[in-house]
Design a protein around this ligand. Sequence first.
Ligand code: ZN
Length: 49
Amino acid sequence: MAKGRCMKCKKEVEIKNGKEVEMKNGMKAMKGECPDCATKVFRILGKAK
Ligand SMILES: [Zn+2]
């Protein structure tokens, strides 16, 4: 499971329901929710290929 930073909890959290998405600029990211407060958590993974 990937980790991301929750803006609300101000800490690193395990991304819940994480889904890998590709952004318009070709970067990959993990999108999901904070397990504690259900705020959207987003993590940049890096360039796709
Ligand atoms: Zn949170």
